[in-house]
Design a protein around this ligand. Structure first.
Ligand code: F6P
Length: 538
């Protein structure tokens, strides 16, 4: 690219680079401050950094971020086009530039018309699908939809992977308390035959129904598992003419699902502007709707909608997703953090870290900017975590005394009104205690082995209860944090080309393992060749 050529967007790029340089400089000099001293010198700190967002309360005050630095962060958000990105997303523009698609998941939970740029209002189609889901899931739940032999459905095998599984899986576990008591939902994602072996324990063909969810209907794991389950149903005596009573499908590729043998009446579609990891709100949520019922699913959408409204309208200093993104950016620049832990103090939220891993790492694990230029700033923090208090007895040692700073999001659930059980109180006390311990450290002992440095940043997110509404809000909060961070980093948060490489390579190796007579390609690396040969000898 010649230096003289003025490209559209050059001004934006220059503004971004300048504001990022300014932010980097501030972060380099101010990151070493003490959070306790900030509390002492900034009386308004707690109020300024506690944000209300629907059923969520978010406390960012324990971040190592002086209030005076917010101005530089806001200036960067402006220069990076955060506000414009947000507006373009809500306007249904093709912000996923490499796939030439909108990222319009907000339209899935909107109560007002939402116009896809260059197209019409998408909400009538969204509502129509929701209505079909409502009717079908009600029929399964109340026993009107039966298996081929006339038996009531007791078990649903939800087949899908990645974005077509993680959301419903998390939500089914999180909301198990309000699920149908006589329906069990099993998730089958992994292609490992052991996964199906474990799911099929105790299943009866006649009372089992499979929901196959795949946006593309081409994902190897999902098609393989669907084929296995179909063969199991046939072997179990379900006549081919009755198979349709044991399957439903969710996809953007109805043609492929019909070819697989599904019937049109149990096919549920969604649009290609719904990204896999943003798809829980679409027909991908069908297993969840079967579990908790359509009214509770509506509540989930309402919770997400409340955060959409907040995100769309709140000024940046009160905008919870934007502030989470800015904190993430600050930590990476000021403290050199490369990971973010998420610790739900709620056993039903045990799958939250896995869900957030895909959401954030598939979205922002990128090394080139929106123009394809290699970035020279940190992106794509590793997201990880486990539920508390379990995690306290495994990796928290490293959080307290390890050399690297790993910021933590503590996710707590407020207890119901009334007296708190002893165990419930201990759970909450532990969540609060860990955040305080990371902040204060332990400087009492003369023994260096016992001292904890403290001054380690964390965020606390408090849900008013664990309900469909608060869960919807929590997930939408992280969705918008992820997109906001993408805009602030000037990357495309909505594609995932890196995943394709592994799929291609696996196809080639799969063929070699399946047919030992095939010669090993000369361009295969020595390690892979040796392992393929060893496995073929077995
Ligand atoms: O792993 C890549 C990916 O494309 C994810 O983005 C997606 O959620 C998942 O695979 C499943 O894809 P599909 O829904 O098309 O089966």
């Amino acid at each position: 690219m010649s230096a003289e050529r003025v490209l559209p967007g050059d001004d934006e790029r220059t503004a971004f680079r300048e504001s990022l340089a300014a932010l980097r400089e501030r972060a380099r000099t101010r990151g070493a401050c003490s959070i306790m001293e900030l509390f002492a010198s900034e009386p308004e700190r707690l109020a300024r950094l506690t944000l209300e967002c629907g059923p969520l309360s978010i406390d960012l005050s324990r971040q190592r971020l002086p209030l005076a630095e917010l101005a530089t962060l806001f200036a960067h958000a402006g220069a990076a086009g955060w506000q414009a990105g947000r507006e373009r997303m809500f306007a249904g523009e093709k912000i996923n530039t490499t796939e030439h698609r909108a990222a319009f998941h907000v339209a899935l939970r909107a109560s007002n018309p939402m116009t896809l740029a260059g197209d019409g209002d998408v909400t009538p189609a969204v509502r129509e699908t929701l209505q079909r889901m409502r009717e079908w899931s009600a029929a399964v739940r109340d026993g009107r939809h039966r298996g081929g032999g006339g038996e009531r459905i007791t078990d649903i095998v939800a087949i899908g992977i990645g974005g077509s599984a993680l959301g419903p899986d998390l939500a089914c576990q999180a909301l198990a308390a309000c699920a149908h008591p006589d329906l069990r939902i099993h998730f089958l994602a992994n292609i490992d035959p052991a996964a199906w072996q474990s799911v099929r324990q105790g299943l009866q063909c006649r009372s089992t129904l499979a929901i196959i969810s795949s946006k593309t209907w081409s994902t190897a794991e999902t098609i393989a598992n669907a084929t296995t389950v179909r063969a199991w149903l046939i072997a179990g005596g379900i006549p081919p003419a009755e198979l349709h009573r044991h399957f439903a499908g969710v996809t953007t590729r109805a043609d492929r699902a019909l070819e697989f043998g599904l019937s049109e009446s149990t096919l549920f579609s969604f649009a290609d502007w719904v990204g896999g990891r943003y798809s829980l709100w679409s027909a991908i949520g069908l297993p969840l709707m079967v579990a908790i019922g359509a009214d509770a699913f509506d509540e989930l959408l309402a919770g997400a909608r409340s955060v959409d409204e907040h995100f769309r309208t709140a000024p940046i200093e009160r905008n919870a997703p934007a502030m989470l993104a800015l904190v993430s950016l600050w930590n990476s620049l000021a403290l050199g953090t490369q990971t973010e832990a998420v610790i739900p103090y709620s056993a039903p939220l045990r799958r939250l870290p896995a869900y957030l891993q895909q959401l954030q790492m598939e979205s922002n694990g990128k090394s080139v900017d929106i123009d394809g230029a290699t970035v020279d700033y940190p992106t794509g923090a590793v997201i990880w975590g486990e539920p508390g208090t379990d995690a306290q007895h495994s990796f928290f040692q490293a959080l307290h005394q390890g050399p690297a700073i790993q910021p933590v999001d503590f996710v707590l659930v407020a207890p119901p009104p009334g007296p708190l059980s002893k165990a419930g109180a201990m759970l909450l006390a532990n969540g609060l205690a860990q955040a305080e311990a990371l902040l204060r450290g332990d400087h009492e002992s003369d023994d260096p082995h016992r001292r904890c440095p403290g001054n380690r940043p964390s965020t606390t997110i408090l849900l008013d209860a664990l309900t469909p509404r608060s869960l919807g809000a929590l997930l939408a909060l992280y969705e918008h944090k992820t997109a906001s961070l993408g805009w602030m980093l000037r990357i495309n948060s909505f594609d995932q080309w890196g995943v394709e490489l592994g799929k291609r390579v696996a196809l080639r190796i799969g063929a070699l393992l399946a047919d030992p007579s095939l010669p090993l390609p000369g361009d295969m690396d020595p390690s892979t060749s040796a392992l393929v040969e060893r496995l073929r000898r077995r």
